[in-house]
Ligand binder design. Structure first.
Ligand SMILES: [Zn+2]
Ligand SMILES: [Zn+2]
Length: 288
């Protein structure tokens, strides 16, 4: 059987925990306790295929503290800053600064079609990656068909928001499948072909209501409810997807949910819906 283990490098969203300067109870707790309260930006490493997905601004720190040895490929789910701002990780990791001629490491980077197009449009991303290519530190490839890595076939497919892609890892000599969606599930209907995957990693979405008390956390007319999937909408997607094991990540600081609250929520979901569900925290390792 092909090996696969997920290492959650960062489980925050656009807002890390603690948020700089914030004095809320969650951020105070994160400063006091560190992990699992503290959350850096969204990134995941898939051991086996050895794929790094996304590089938030703390990517250097995340990769350094991880168990990663070899990065066979870097993927990007979409162009948003919380998923790309730490791309210099490849520069500082791969650059051989002392030897001449240098023996740089060159990481292949795979960009799904719309991600490649958006990199040309936003944040100077394509320009920055061309610079890294010119130094021999990365090589950018189109991700326009299945890749075979470490005994797994990997495909990227767009979600309902067509600028963002999810990744499906399928075992070549078996039947296990792992679905990884980093962010932006708004409007997504899981296709029936994905039903029953071994493991699904999904963003928790926007907590319009406190999941334990039901108290409204976001005004009903807030525009974010038109642009982001809510936690309740995400639960409806899970009902259709029916993964054997579910892990939520991309947990945003503003909702203020503490690790003990998320643990209780996972227990409630397990009892009420019969799910095997975990809320990820930074450095969590999950073996398939
Ligand atoms: Zn995000
Ligand atoms: Zn805070």
């Amino acid at each position: 059987m092909a090996q696969l283990a997920l290492e959650f490098l960062g489980t925050g969203g656009a807002f890390r925990t603690p948020r700089p300067g914030c004095q809320c109870a969650l951020c105070q707790g994160a400063r006091e306790h560190g992990i699992p309260w503290e959350r850096t930006g969204p990134s995941l490493f898939v051991h086996g295929p050895d794929v790094l997905i996304d590089t938030p601004e703390e990517s250097c720190l995340q990769v350094d503290r991880s168990r990663i040895r070899h990065i066979a490929a870097g993927f990007y789910s979409h162009w948003h800053p919380d998923h790309t701002a730490g791309r210099r990780m490849y520069e500082t990791r791969n650059w051989d600064a002392l030897r001449w001629p240098p023996q740089n490491t060159c990481t292949p980077i795979y960009l799904p079609p719309q991600v490649a197009a958006d990199f040309e449009t936003y944040l100077g991303l394509a320009e920055n990656f061309r610079y890294l290519e010119s130094r021999g530190l990365v090589k950018v490839h189109p991700f326009d068909g299945p890749l075979t890595l470490g005994g797994w076939q990997v495909t990227a497919f767009p979600l309902a928001e067509s600028y963002v892609y999810a990744f499906l890892f399928q075992e070549l000599d078996g039947h296990r499948r792992v679905l990884i969606a980093m962010d932006e599930l708004l409007g997504w209907t899981p296709p029936p072909a994905l039903a029953g995957v071994e493991l699904a990693v999904l963003p928790a979405g926007v907590f319009e209501f406190h999941p334990l008390t039901g108290r409204r956390l976001i005004p009903a007319d807030h525009p974010v409810l038109q642009t982001e999937a809510t936690f309740r909408q995400t639960l409806a997607m899970v009902e259709q997807l029916r993964p054997q094991r579910l892990i939520f990540a991309h947990l945003e600081e503003p909702f203020g949910l503490t690790p003990p609250e998320l643990e209780r929520l996972a227990e409630d979901l397990g009892r009420q819906r019969g799910w095997d569900v975990t809320f990820a925290y930074d450095t969590l390792m999950v073996e398939l």
